[in-house]
Design a protein around this ligand. Structure first.
Ligand code: PLP
Length: 409
């Protein structure tokens, strides 16, 4: 399917915004949803809405089959060894907090180090800051090269026998760079540390294989990969998860409850306290079916092509500064930029008047903004439904923005 055919599956894209056809370039914040995903959730609520793992009635069995069926789809999608290793969470943030609060708290003490990079999203910084404060461990930052990439030589220097946890994003939501997490995992393991991967921006765009990466934990969100909001996944190696304590307690996750003590269900349910995110998991399953039908290899190739086209066209706009490597092969479909001294919020406002949706701000990456020496940037992010025409419109919009703010050039 070419992007024009793909677009027909996304009803939201067929509309005008401020009198112009919508050009949606904010998929790194959240992707749009195809009809198949919307309909899967609609069908659940209309036809078999029921709680899972509880009653023996027909609707309950249907809902349980659909919920656990979605888990199996996720398992296959990321090539986990077993469905016990797939825990449904609210998103990447909850998944990373679970690792920090459960594994981190139990395994860190004074003198230990947690290694993260300057480009991490706040969701992969703050949970580690908190657990470091509680345990006396130290947070150590992996430096970045001038173009915003990570060098393995720096990883070898930074990760030592003191390191207990390395936690790195596979694809940056700001710079778009694809990090060598497989090689970083190898270095972490050579030093006796575990490897956590923030896959929020990689899972939607490239084929993820957790066993090939040999990461110990992997986190991602459904809403960035054409699925609904409120559902995400924590993958963890079974031997690690089995030895971890849950962080939420209540219904669904227990085996036996006594007056003063309780025991937990087996994996993965001991980490899914309370009524689970049933509609979300079903929607995520439908999203996986949709992406697999198109093919992750196809999506990845399409985005590399769009990134190359965008880098070429955007760098021809005088006064526009693009952050991150200029080689499209090193990035996914994210281009972050500033135009002269125009505030990125003003850039986004002018583009919005043209019907073009981009994100402006610090992108939940304030340490990276500091490293780039800016307070904020504008960001255009592409997905399977974007076309070169969308990028042409963005470039036209940027030229208009420059004209509008010609006083600052
Ligand atoms: N990590 C990265 C790289 C992200 O881009 C995001 C979301 O923007 C997150 C983590 C957090 O994801 P969520 O808000 O879905 O939990």
């Amino acid at each position: 399917m070419n992007p024009y055919e793909i677009r027909k599956h996304f009803p939201i894209l067929d509309q005008e915004v401020n009198g112009n056809p919508l050009v949606y370039l904010d998929s790194a914040a959240t992707s749009q949803k195809p009809s198949a995903v919307i309909e899967s959730i609609d069908k659940y609520y209309r036809e078999y809405n029921s709680n899972v793992h509880r009653g023996v009635h027909t609707l309950g069995t249907k809902a349980t089959d659909a919920y656990e069926g979605a888990r199996e789809k996720v398992r296959k999608f990321i090539n986990a060894a077993s469905a016990e290793e797939v825990i449904f969470t609210r998103g990447t943030t909850t998944a990373l907090n679970t690792v920090a609060r459960s594994y981190g708290k139990a395994n860190l003490s004074e003198g230990d180090e947690i290694v993260i990079s300057y480009m991490e999203h706040h969701s992969n910084i703050i949970p580690w800051q908190q657990v470091a404060k509680e345990t006396g461990a130290s947070l150590v930052y992996l430096p970045l090269q001038q173009d915003g990439t990570i060098s393995l030589e720096d990883v070898r220097k930074t990760v030592t026998s003191r390191t207990k946890i390395v936690s790195i994003m596979q694809v940056s939501n700001v710079l778009g760079v694809i990090n060598p997490v497989k090689q970083i995992a190898q270095i972490a393991h050579d030093n006796g540390a575990i490897m956590v991967v923030d896959g929020a921006q990689s899972t939607p765009h490239l084929k993820v294989d957790v066993r090939s990466l040999d990461c110990d934990f992997f986190a991602f969100s459904g809403h960035k990969m054409v699925g609904p909001t409120g559902i995400g996944v924590l993958y963890g190696k079974k031997e690690l998860l089995e030895n971890m304590e849950p962080i939420e307690f209540g219904g669904e996750m227990i085996d036996f409850v006594g007056l003063y003590d309780s025991t937990w269900k087996e994996l993965p349910w001991k980490f899914e306290g309370g009524t689970p995110i049933i509609a979300g998991a079903i929607g995520l399953g439908a999203a996986i079916d949709f992406l697999e039908e198109i093919g992750l290899e196809h999506i990845e190739a399409h985005e590399h092509k769009l990134a190359a086209y965008a880098l070429e066209k955007m760098s021809a706009v005088e006064g526009l500064q693009i952050y991150g490597p200029m080689d499209a092969k090193q990035r996914a479909g994210v281009v972050t930029f500033n135009i002269g001294d125009v505030h990125p919020h003003d850039v986004a406002t002018v583009l919005d008047a043209e019907g073009i949706a981009v994100r402006a701000g610090h992108h939940c990456a304030q340490p990276l903004m500091k490293w780039l020496d800016v307070s904020a940037t504008a960001r255009a992010s592409f997905y399977l439904y974007n076309t070169e025409e969308d990028i042409d419109k963005l470039v036209e919009g940027l030229v208009k923005t420059k004209e509008y703010f010609s006083n600052v050039f």
